[in-house]
Every structure is written in structure tokens, then in C-alpha cells.
Design a protein around this ligand. Structure first.
Ligand code: DAH
Length: 357
């Protein structure tokens, strides 16, 4: 009895496939489906027969027939969608009357991030002064990030930079300064290098502090390098970046890897020096901590401090980009918010051809 039924179900399924193959339009498909399911249809008859079966077979038979019904309904729905979509496409293609004399639509172009733009600019300026670009790893050792920079274990200066320690004892570099000793080891004196890159701090974020930001380290080592060289180069960078004379001030600053050390501030470009959230109402922004390389650091780099001296600086690239482009909140720069990261010169006028294109 049940074998007979299975054969009939199979026939209904085969019939459904034939009807589907024969139908050309959605309407034809609908008609075919209702014929198959209707009172006189193969599947319709099977459905009606369930109630008349002996009680012991009813459950199994009902299940089989209903499964077939479900499969057939789904199959019809699927083919219907395909036909409908194809029809839509045909309609769309048919309606696409276009005017070949119209100018092509403007395709929006991507642009480099403000921090990258400032980085390239500083790289160009420094290249003209004979500096070369070097890179260092973002995952650093305690040795290069602290020890070789005259910050031994337990030294309170380690607290100046809240650190993301890794489980393997390494860390995410808290500054680009580790590139200094790496460069000394690799290139030897005399040298002029810059090392731009991403740095990480375990910090609470606010308008002017991020936990991930960019710095650009600079290092010049030669015979008879003095503070005059340091100030000359720092000022030149800022004047070139801002394309006008920039008010700066030099304050003593403590960094274990330089002696003497300085904080070079520039007047806040956001508020013009009158005080705002970005400059913490002071009118000044710390932009260029710098100093004369500490003799211990030269020694760690294998350089004789009696023969050579040098200066180093750690430019806040992210902060410089904020000043340059009037970005008020550092968090905007890593947010993907286009209002913060599209540079003004990209917002209007023709696209700028970028380096590396
Ligand atoms: N690495 C320091 C920091 O991130 C900044 C710095 C200060 C770098 C003085 C220098 C320097 O090269 O001379 O806080």
C-alpha cells in the first residue's frame, strides 16, 4: 500500500518538473501549480486521499505527501522569483535610453588620511635635509622601548608612558624612540634618520589623547651637533608644514634619553592661541619634544659620545595633522567618520594627484 503511494508521490514530483519546464511566464507557472494542487491534480488527489486511508497508514502517508507538497511549493516559488528577476532586468535594460554626449559621472576618489598626508609632507621636507626614512616594529622589546633609552626597570620615568604589555613579555611600543638605537646599530654614525609610525598608550581617551596615534622620530648624529642645529631644524619643519611663520616656545622638558631635553610648543592653530579644548585652554600645543641625545643612549647604540653628539625629536604626527586640518577631536581621526578624515583640499575642487599613484 505504502509502496504504491511512494510511486504516486514520485509521479507528482516528476509532473511538477515537467510543468515548470513548460511554463514560460509567471502566469503560466501559477496556473500549472494550481492545476497540480487542485482537486483534479495529481498532488491534489493525493492530499485528498490522506483522510480516507486506514488509520495505521495515515501518519506515514500524510507525512510523505505533505513533504512532497512542501518541496513542490518551494520549487515553484523559486522558479517564479528567477523568472520575475529576469523580467525586471529585461525591463531595466530596455528602458536604459542614454545620451552618449553627456559627460561621464564623477566617480568619487579616495584620498589619503590626514595623518598620512602630513607624514609624507614631513618626509619630503626631511629628505631635502638629507634624512632617510627607517621603520621599526610596533611590537617591541623592553630593551629598545625603555632600557636602551636610559629608562631602566623600576625607573619612575616608565610611568610617563602607560604601556600595553604583551603576555610574552614584549610590549606595544609607546613611542617611536626605540627606532633610535635600532638605527644607530644598523647605520652607525654619522646618521640622519626619521622613523614615522604608530604608537600605543594604555590611556583614557579624550579630545587630545588617543590610545593609538602616530609619531615621527627624528635623529641626527654627527661631530659637533649642537642645540642650534636642533632649533634650526625644528623651526624649519614647522614653517614648511604650515607654510608661514609659526610662533613657537621652548621649555625645559625631561626625557631620560636626552640631556638637555625640551618641549617645543606651537601656538594653537585651532583657536589662534586664545584657548580651546584641544590646547587645554592654554593657547599652546606640545608638538615637538626634543633634546640632545643622552651619552648613555649613544653608548647603547655603540657610538662614542666623546666623538659624536646628536639631537633627537619625537613629533606628534597625529597632533600635527589636527593642527594642520583643524580636527578638533583626536578620536575622529580613527573613527572612519569622513567629516574628520577628508582633508579640506580634497573636499572642493579637482582631485589631487597623490604621491605613489
Ligand atoms: N618619545 C617621547 C614620547 O613619546 C618623545 C620624545 C621626546 C622623543 C624627546 C624624542 C625626544 O626623540 O628627544 O613621549
Amino acid at each position: 500500500m505504502l509502496e504504491e503511494l511512494t510511486a504516486e508521490v514520485k509521479q507528482a514530483l516528476a509532473e511538477a518538473e515537467q510543468l515548470i519546464a513548460a511554463a514560460k511566464t509567471v502566469d503560466e507557472l501559477r496556473q500549472a501549480e494550481s492545476r497540480l494542487m487542485g482537486k483534479q491534480g495529481t498532488l491534489g488527489k493525493l492530499l485528498a486521499s490522506i483522510g480516507k486511508l486506514p488509520a495505521e497508514h495515515r501518519g506515514a502517508a500524510g507525512k510523505e505527501i505533505n513533504l512532497a507538497k512542501k518541496a513542490i511549493t518551494e520549487r515553484f516559488a523559486c522558479v517564479r522569483t528567477v523568472i520575475e528577476q529576469a523580467a525586471d532586468k529585461q525591463a531595466a535594460v530596455g528602458a536604459q535610453a542614454y545620451d552618449p554626449t553627456l559627460p561621464a559621472p564623477v566617480v568619487p576618489r579616495g584620498s589619503v588620511h590626514p595623518v598620512t598626508a602630513v607624514q609624507w609632507e614631513v618626509e619630503d621636507i626631511m629628505a631635502r635635509l638629507g634624512f632617510v626614512v627607517v621603520a621599526g616594529p610596533e611590537m617591541e622589546t623592553d630593551y629598545y622601548n625603555f632600557e636602551a633609552l636610559n629608562i631602566p626597570a623600576m625607573h619612575p620615568a616608565r610611568d610617563m608612558q602607560d604601556t600595553f604589555w604583551l603576555t610574552n613579555g614584549w610590549l606595544l611600543r609607546t613611542h617611536t624612540s626605540p627606532c633610535q638605537v635600532r638605527a644607530m646599530e644598523k647605520l652607525g654614525p654619522p646618521l640622519r634618520v626619521i622613523a614615522p609610525g604608530r604608537v600605543f598608550r594604555y590611556e583614557t581617551e579624550d579630545a587630545s589623547h588617543g590610545n593609538t596615534f602616530h609619531q615621527l622620530e627624528g635623529l641626527m648624529i654627527d661631530r659637533r651637533i649642537s642645540i642650534a642645529n636642533l632649533i634650526g631644524v625644528m623651526k624649519l619643519i614647522l614653517v614648511e608644514v604650515f607654510k608661514r611663520d609659526i610662533k613657537v616656545r621652548l621649555r625645559p622638558g625631561f626625557f631620560p634619553f636626552v640631556e638637555p631635553g625640551f618641549e617645543l610648543d606651537m601656538s594653537c592653530e585651532i583657536c589662534g592661541g586664545s584657548g580651546c579644548a584641544t590646547c587645554k585652554r592654554s593657547g599652546w600645543v606640545e608638538i615637538l619634544p626634543c633634546g640632545m641625545v643622552h651619552p648613555n643612549v649613544l653608548r647603547f647604540g655603540g657610538i662614542d659620545p666623546h666623538e659624536y653628539t646628536g639631537f633627537a625629536f619625537g613629533m606628534g604626527l597625529t597632533r600635527l595633522a589636527m593642527m594642520r586640518y583643524g580636527v578638533q577631536d583626536i578620536r575622529g581621526l580613527n573613527s572612519g567618520d569622513l567629516r574628520a578624515i577628508i582633508r579640506p583640499e580634497q573636499r572642493n575642487g579637482p582631485a589631487i594627484i597623490e604621491k605613489n599613484e
